[in-house]
Write a protein of this length. Structure first.
Lengths: 219, 390
């Protein structure tokens, strides 16, 4: 009825996206050696990864290039959860869980990455910017002097991931009590409710008795 | 910063002077005013701590986090179809609108596109959520500024819209109706006729609110020129939705973004206002409800026939990849950055909610205003606590 994917049907003709290609070329030229890796998915989005030293300069240069709308700043912990995936029973034995770190688009060398998004107003062409955060430093420069909105986002990332932001005016906790220990969004921080009692939703995807295996059912 | 009004400049000078005076031996009668966490003007539990010099705010800081539910962590232990039940509760007045960008992100990763009938119905329900959400804002606005009547109108007319949503989805507040690949069900019989009637009622409601509230002299004098946000400041704080358009930025993701929804098949105006003050923000929202009713009317005329669900596997495994999708939600731009590593559940979901950015401007905006204006400004920025704390 409906093809699962329209892009795989025509592998011979790769989709072109001249607007984003030109934009990415412009960005790469402006940022120069600061960019470690970049990725463009046609008619979708752009990703670049910059070095930690140029993180703040990247924001300034992109702002000058017209990316004046601030989306967000957050972080990703690429360590696979030691408590299993969503379909595993977290209270069961940990067993042979894969613990190799596998970074996403635009690559990476470290467990933690800070990710941000800036958008060009009126065109909705946005760019995702990533930066590696080395384990021994655990800090990058703050964007709050470039984009005022980064202030709160960096506070959130700081308490949730334990990543420092050099030059941030006030890295107080937003959500957690001041004496809270640990960083909840790290993958090795256990979700206690899940450990104490297995999530009943694990069996949610099993077919129910009398449920005919008809097509077009999502859940 | 160039567009600061005289009043804000004066207020800024006064705040500087107040700081200077604290530093010398002559201590002024400064006081710290605590608003909330339980306060009618906070739509939940936002606490504002303001340091005052007389009637003027010298420094203010919102303290969020009384309702943090850790959805970003919880998504990591759910499967993709289960996540919609969580994200429903982010902006609880326009729940269906929260599901759509997440489902679109998952569909983008899977390479699935919903059938056009499903896209149409999604857009209709999305706009109905917007109307339900913003019409309550219009009533609530009056209460916060001391006018009681509009809120009764708002609750009455919002109920019609909630009945429609309930009729179609089974849930008044939390529909949980969107599925990867389409929708759970088709529209019920009689939905289209009923919706037409309700949209007419809602337009009448807008007229009434406009007469009652926006034409009111007291309302105007309390909102005009209060809390002015210049364009460049709004952009650098990442403000979105009506707050941004009220500062004169002609930008609406429904019109400017190419996503598989039905907005590009309709004809609607993007409302902007040049002033950037509290009045402009409220006025833009009022006009947007009107435009939304027109969008719904147009979509009702053109619903295509066909299935509401694409062919997707029973057990959904989303291929490896990363995707960002954002839509123009009732409160502003809401987006999800979804990272999948080929499992049944997402690896990481960053929820970029509109109110978090919208409210982060408050420390800047409240500097130098008078105490009664705090309420006006908070009301006009319009936030939902669940949307700040997630």
């Amino acid at each position: 009825m409906f093809p699962l994917s329209s892009t795989t049907d025509t592998p011979t003709e790769a989709p072109r996206d001249t607007v984003r290609e030109a934009e990415l070329a412009r960005i790469l030229e402006a940022l120069g050696a600061g960019v470690v890796d970049s990725l463009l998915k046609p008619n979708d989005d752009m990703w670049i990864r910059v070095t930690a030293e140029t993180w703040r300069v990247t924001a300034e240069k992109l702002k000058a290039l017209g990316y004046t709308y601030f989306g967000y700043v957050s972080a990703i912990d690429w360590l696979p959860s030691p408590f299993g995936k969503s379909e595993d029973d977290a209270s069961g034995p940990s067993g042979e869980r894969d613990s190799t770190i596998k970074q996403g688009y635009a690559g990476g060398d470290t467990r933690f990455q800070v990710i941000a998004r800036l958008v060009q107003p009126f065109t909705t062409i946005g760019i995702n910017i990533k930066v590696d955060v080395a384990d021994e430093v655990m800090a990058v420069d703050s964007w709050s002097s470039v984009f005022a909105g980064a202030n709160w986002h960096e506070r959130e990332a700081h308490e949730m991931f334990g990543i420092g932001f050099n030059g941030h005016p006030d890295l107080r906790n937003m959500y957690l009590p001041t004496d809270f220990e640990g960083h909840p969004m790290r993958k090795d921080f256990p979700l206690l409710a899940r450990i104490v009692k297995p999530w009943p939703g694990i069996v949610d995807v099993e077919p129910l008795p009398g449920d005919d295996e008809e097509e077009g059912e999502a859940s | 910063m160039t567009m600061l009004g005289d009043r804000q400049q004066l207020a800024y000078i006064a705040s500087q002077a107040a700081d200077a005076r604290v530093n010398v031996e002559l201590e002024t009668e400064g006081m710290t005013l605590n608003i909330g966490p339980q306060h009618p003007a906070t739509h939940g539990t936002l606490r504002i701590i303001a340091r005052l010099d007389g009637e003027q705010v010298v420094w203010a800081e919102p303290s969020a986090g009384y309702m943090h539910r850790g959805y970003e962590k919880l998504t990591e232990v759910r499967t993709f179809p289960q996540v919609t039940a969580l994200v429903n509760r982010i902006d609880w007045l326009g729940s269906f609108a929260n599901e759509v960008p997440f489902i679109l992100a998952a569909e983008k990763l899977m390479g699935v596109e919903a059938p056009s009938r499903a896209q149409h119905i999604r857009t209709i329900l999305f706009e109905l959520s917007r109307i339900a959400n913003v019409s309550l804002f219009l009533g609530d606005l009056g209460v916060q500024l001391g006018a009681i009547t509009p809120v009764f109108f708002a609750f009455r007319d919002r109920e019609y819209v909630l009945n429609l949503i309930e009729g179609a989805t089974g849930g008044r507040f939390h529909p949980n109706f969107d599925r990867i690949g389409g929708l759970k069900d088709d529209l019920p019989a009689g939905f289209i006729d009923e919706t037409r009637v309700v949209m007419k009622k809602l337009r009448t409601f807008c007229d009434q609110i406009e007469d009652l509230l926006f034409g009111n002299e007291i309302f105007q004098s309390r909102t005009r020129g209060i809390g002015v946000i210049p364009k460049d400041v709004a952009l650098s704080y990442g403000l979105s939705g009506a707050n941004l358009r009220a500062s004169g930025v002609d930008w609406d993701l429904r019109r400017d973004q190419d996503i598989p929804m039905a907005w590009n098949k309709t004809d609607f105006k993007v409302i902007t206002h040049p002033d950037g003050d509290s009045f402009a923000r409220c006025w833009v929202r009022l006009q947007e409800v009107r435009e939304s009713t027109k969008i719904v009317d147009q979509l009702l005329d053109t619903i295509p026939a066909g299935p509401v669900m694409a062919k997707v596997p029973k057990i959904i495994k989303v291929p490896e990849g990363e995707a960002w999708v954002s839509t123009e939600n009732p409160l502003g731009e809401m987006g999800y950055y979804v990272v999948s590593q080929g499992d049944q559940g997402p690896f990481r979901v960053k929820i970029r909610s509109a109110s978090f950015n919208n409210i982060s401007i408050v420390p800047w905006l409240l500097k130098g205003v008078y105490v009664p204006d705090i309420i006006t400004i908070l009301a006009s920025l319009y936030f939902i606590l669940g949307d700040i704390d997630r």
